[in-house]
Write a protein of this length. Sequence first.
Length: 125
Amino acid sequence: MRSGIIILLCILLEHIARFIFAGTLSYNAGAAFGIFGSSPVFTLILSGIACVMILYAVFFMNIKPLMRAGLSVMSGGALSNLIERILLGHVIDWIPFPLSFIDLNFNLADVEISLGALIAFLSCI
């Protein structure tokens, strides 16, 4: 039950925070760093499969509580991006991170995916 709440909070947090804090918006039809950008349908299918696999682990596998928490945060971010891909055909990136050699843009869902992966990894140590 707690996993479902974490997932919903992550989805809501991304969409609420964007309206409060967003400055410049950019649109990414691809996956991380725009890979597969020329094939948004492939990215959508790949994202959907990843979400199903993570959700299966969260709700149906016997895993450590910390691993379950990490995968819940990760799936909340992944589902948030998947919802945008389904409804809009792309993900809206709104957090700029300019570097001297490249301008990166991402969203809170990307942070949730990375943070969830870190938590899941730490649960294995």
